[in-house]
Design a binder for this molecule. Structure first.
Ligand code: ATP
Ligand code: MG
Length: 569
């Protein structure tokens, strides 16, 4: 490709709308453009990278025995009613009516559609296992689309769905997919880690997320410093640590103290001169439609997902001021477990079961209790692990300590079990002639997010440093002066030589100053740059420079193609 003909609108300025580096560089390198919130167009260079990731995914999915299909984006509501998700999927599901008034949605995922196909076509255990995948556009009306390709509303996903005869067979398929995912992300040149994850609205039994390690990641991962345990903090169980127990032997008197205007943990503890682990916060939440109270130690954070699972509810949100007043009798900031409205469900984090003489809100304005003790002052509630794991907590797997890291979730694999096959009737006849629901798994990869994650991990102050496997071009030839016949001729020869070798090469034949060409080459992150400049005239040499290492070698013009191919392969 000749640069002069390429539609590649690069930007010198850093676009104001972009917060993370991948978003900035994707815009600056002319790879994508924004249409509206969460909607992006891929320009030629961006599409090239995207296609490379897709190619790697296809090769590995095919190798793993999956078969490619292409399913519709528009899906009828009936299918979603059958699975029960029409009501339960939140506002991310874009629902609409067609001209005949038929309720439809844009597919945020395709379990329903694929299960519908399989229930109509698969009859016998002989038809299984089956693993079908597609690479296609998804739509999720994300509440906060951001970071460019990382969290779009419309985005490209590879999604695969497997159907097996039983759990054991699914386990095998799952392992095959797990390995395929490792190969895919290795081939994309990413530093990643598979971590145990929550199964979320998908339902199911087990799941792993593939996390690209990066400080800008939206996910937090709990990693053990001693063993290889790693889990999303959403899921990581907390082992009750004796270290945190409050060992005071005497029970103090319960005392109401005035705490005017002191609402937050910080304000109350500073005012009373106590540490946050002596305070119990009382969070009034709405679980589905009912209020509940969650009790958490002042220095801990509620884990919504754990509490949701414990309560068996679909939604969990902080209650509004009016609800807080009605169940506690006080404004927000003064809630406590003593004297809550009758019948209100109270769930307490296990780590406060061992506390003594703690501080709570007094359920009246501007007041707290000190010296609170279980039984005597407040009824013992249900205890459960409902907090977020923190740095220094014990590893759930060994004796080690947990540290927290950030990651970008590029892939997610789930064991679904029979959630969809049972509700939608995707059954087969087993070898005894009995009807059984197929046991399913599903496997997603964010294709655009993978490109963004690769940039997040591979860049410097001058621009992108693409891993060669997903670079839009492998080589860029910087022709320093297009009006110099000798240079032009040499650049053309090298260009044609590389093309003949099947190398993807971009010839910068623009009428631009060398400085501009070099800057753009760095910005685009193409792995090898061949400079055809004044050395050619002096010594018949060209320069080959590696974008990643900055290494430069000089070789005779006639050796250029051979040498470049040698470095690339
Ligand atoms: P997240 O927690 O980031 O919202 P998810 O759990 O909703 O992700 P899945 O439903 O498992 O994601 O989708 C499979 C993959 O699709 C994810 O691993 C991610 O790489 C990608 N993905 C999900 N949502 C988006 C989005 N809004 N924009 C870009 N890629 C996305
Ligand atoms: Mg999501």
């Amino acid at each position: 490709m000749k640069y002069s003909r390429l539609f590649l609108p690069t930007l010198k300025e850093v676009p104001a709308e972009a917060e993370v580096i991948s978003h900035k560089l994707l815009l600056r390198a002319g790879m994508i453009r924004k249409l509206a919130s969460g909607l992006y167009s891929y320009l030629p260079l961006g599409l090239k990278s995207l296609r490379k990731v897709e190619k790697i995914i296809r090769e590995e999915m095919d190798r793993a025995g999956a078969q490619e299909v292409l399913l519709p984006i528009v899906q009828p509501s009936e299918l979603w009613r059958e699975s029960g998700r029409w009501e339960h999927y939140g506002k991310e599901l874009l629902r609409f009516e067609d001209r005949h008034g038929r309720a439809s949605c844009l597919g945020p995922t395709h379990e329903e559609v694929i299960t519908d196909i399989v229930r109509k076509e698969v009859r016998s255990y002989r038809d299984l296992p089956l693993n079908l995948y597609q690479i296609q556009t998804k739509f999720r009306d994300e509440i906060r689309p951001r970071f460019g390709l990382m969290r779009g509303r419309e985005f490209i996903m590879k999604d695969a769905y497997s159907f097996d005869v039983d759990d054991e067979a699914l386990e095998k398929t799952y392992q095959v997919m797990y390995k395929a995912y490792c190969r895919i992300f290795e081939r994309c040149g990413l530093d990643f880690r598979p971590v145990e994850a929550d199964t979320g609205s998908m339902g199911g039994h087990a799941s792993h997320e593939f996390m690209v390690m990066s400080n800008t990641g939206e996910d937090q991962i709990a990693c053990c410093t001693s063993c290889n345990y790693a889990a999303n903090v959403e899921l990581a169980p907390v082992i009750q640590s004796p270290h945190h127990q409050n060992a005071e032997s005497v029970n103090h008197q319960i005392t109401k103290v005035s705490t005017p205007g002191k609402r937050s943990v910080k304000e109350v503890t500073e005012f009373l001169g106590i540490s946050a682990d002596h305070l119990v916060k009382t969070l009034i939440m709405i679980a589905d439609d009912r209020p509940v109270a969650a009790l958490i130690r002042g220095d801990h954070e509620l884990n919504n997902i754990k509490l949701k699972r414990f309560l068996g509810v679909e939604t969990l949100n902080f209650a509004d001021e009016a609800t807080v007043r009605s169940v506690t009798g006080a404004p927000v900031g003064f809630s406590g477990p003593a004297g809550l409205s009758k019948g209100l469900k109270v769930v307490a984090d296990q780590d406060i079961s061992t506390l003594k003489n703690f501080v709570t809100g007094a359920n009246e304005p501007d007041a707290h209790f000190t010296g609170v003790n279980w039984n005597r002052d407040i009824p013992v509630p249900e205890f459960a692990d409902i907090r977020v794991i923190t740095e220094g907590d014990p590893c759930p797997n060994c004796k080690g300590k947990i540290e927290l890291k950030r990651g970008i979730e590029v892939g997610h694999i789930f064991k679904l079990g029979t959630k969809y096959s049972a509700s939608m009737g995707a059954t087969f006849l087993d070898d005894t002639g009995e009807k059984q629901p197929a046991v399913m798994g599903c496997y997603g990869i964010g294709v655009g997010r993978t490109v963004a994650a690769a940039i997040e991990q591979n860049h410097d102050e001058n621009g992108i440093i693409f891993p060669i496997s997903i670079a839009p071009f492998e080589v860029i030839i910087s022709l320093v002066n297009i009006n110099d016949n000798l240079m032009s001729k040499a650049a053309e020869d090298i260009y044609n030589g590389l093309l003949a070798q099947g190398v993807e090469v971009l010839l910068d034949d623009r009428e631009e100053r060398p400085g501009v060409k070099f800057k753009d080459a760095d910005l685009l992150g193409i792995p090898l740059r061949i400079v055809v400049g004044k050395r050619l005239k002096e010594k018949d040499e060209i320069e080959i420079r590696s974008r990643g290492t900055g290494n430069i070698i000089s070789v005779k013009k006639n050796e250029a193609v051979k040498k470049a191919v040698e470095i690339l392969r």
